[in-house]
Design a protein around this ligand. Structure first.
Ligand SMILES: C[S@@+](CC[C@H](N)C(=O)[O-])C[C@H]1O[C@@H](n2cnc3c(N)ncnc32)[C@H](O)[C@@H]1O
Length: 214
């Protein structure tokens, strides 16, 4: 239960999303069985649509997990020359590496293992698309770094910004998530008010934000 949409709406949209290929389907099953959070099919479809519209060359991802979204991103368009992706957990990053190999995509991937908060300041190349899907409490910091690293005309997409509905109403907030919710609310206000950017918040999956430079 996402608490974002009525269940029948989520289910209806999800059933319309085309089936994924064999490897992605296998990874969805692995994620489900091992409790690894990955993007929902409708979020994946949205990202694919944006990628095919913008045809980015260089993509940055924060939060690799098992490589599911990374593979999905790379397979969305042959315009992508490089995916730089960051993951804090070495064990899960190793699984991602194996999966990028299985997809024959390892040549296009630079996997950086470590805390994105520390890794980002060491990066100075620019990106056409930045996908933020790591520590939710750090989205404000990630957005600051993403602004520095985004090409003109670039796009930032952020996942889980409604955080099981908690961001939209205090009624759903559970005590131990209070700080994350507070930070996500500040983040959403910030992206809407930052000059030079146009942003939109969409209630699909766990909530996504799309931020355009310009
Ligand atoms: C929601 S999962 C990413 C799912 C992935 N994008 C997908 O859809 O296939 C979030 C991942 O971010 C990683 N993570 C959390 N905090 C991080 C940080 N500060 N720096 C880098 N990775 C982080 C977690 O270990 C986890 O694997």
């Amino acid at each position: 239960m996402s608490n974002i949409n009525e269940e029948y709406i989520d289910e209806y949209i999800r059933n319309l999303v085309p089936d994924r290929n064999e490897l992605l389907t296998e990874l969805e099953k692995y994620a489900d069985e091992n409790h690894v959070p990955i993007i929902e099919p409708e979020v994946g479809q949205f990202i694919k649509t944006i990628i095919r519209t913008k045809r980015p060359k260089r993509v940055l991802e924060l939060g690799t997990a098992i490589g599911y979204s990374g593979i999905h991103i790379l397979e969305s368009s042959d315009s992508i020359e490089q995916l730089v992706t960051m993951e804090i957990r070495e064990d899960i990053a190793n699984i991602a590496l194996e999966n990028f190999k299985k997809a024959n995509l390892e040549d296009k991937v630079e996997l950086m293992v470590g805390d994105a908060c520390e890794l980002l300041p060491t990066v100075d190349s620019k990106f056409d698309l930045i996908f933020i899907d790591a520590a939710k409490g750090q989205y404000n910091l990630f957005f600051k770094e993403a602004q520095r690293l985004l090409n003109d005309d670039g796009i930032i997409i952020c996942d889980n910004i409604l955080f099981r509905g908690m961001v939209a109403t205090d009624e759903l907030v559970i005590r131990r998530k209070k700080t994350i919710v507070k930070r996500l609310r500040t983040f959403l206000k910030d992206i809407m008010e930052t000059e030079g950017y146009t942003s939109s918040i969409l209630p699909i999956g766990d909530g996504i934000a799309i931020i355009l430079k310009g």
